[in-house]
Design a protein around this ligand. Structure first.
Ligand SMILES: [Cu+2]
Length: 166
């Protein structure tokens, strides 16, 4: 365990100060500290669901019908808890799914077979056109954490990005 109560306390205190202005919107999928998904090794490699009270920064990511995330590359520090504010600027349904490349590809293959499959995972946010949503995630290890849109046709068209964690 890498417990660092002092740092956590500071982060909480800072978050409390900074967070005073932010509305306390309930966050969907704030599923506590358990790793999401079926594959626990992969889940821990990409990080884990974040505690919304320990968010160290918010990053806006926009999704569009040209099959691009903007930005498609994000850089953060290991240990950070990030609140992704995800905005679908398009008319199509898009989603941001965090996962290892192998997981994304496997999941994408499932989506091609069952396009209406709904995601209810802590590592994903799926949005109809014009909607916005949030995803709070803690990146625990340095490395690259890919993300992609697994709506049929989108991932193949290059709708993918990466979080660089160092
Ligand atoms: Cu998409």
């Amino acid at each position: 365990m890498k417990n660092n109560p002092i740092k956590h306390f500071r982060t909480l205190a800072i978050a409390a100060l900074l967070g005073a202005a932010a509305p306390a919107t309930p966050v969907a999928h704030a599923a506590g500290s358990h790793a999401a998904g079926h594959d626990h090794d992969a889940a821990s490699a990409i990080g884990q669901p974040g505690d919304p009270t320990r968010v160290s920064r918010s990053i806006e990511i926009r999704m569009a019908d040209d099959m691009r995330f903007t930005p498609a590359e994000v850089r953060i520090m290991a240990g950070e808890t990030v609140r992704f504010v995800v905005i679908n600027d398009g008319r199509l349904r898009h989603e941001l799914v965090l996962g290892s490349e192998a997981d994304l590809k496997a999941h994408y293959a499932e989506m091609l077979k069952a396009p209406e499959m709904e995601h209810d995972d802590a590592n994903a946010v799926t949005l109809d056109g014009g909607k916005r949503g949030e995803l709070v995630w803690q990146f625990t290890r340095s490395g690259s954490v890919p993300f992609g849109c697994l709506q049929p046709g989108h991932y193949d068209a290059g709708m993918a990005g990466v979080v660089g964690v160092r």
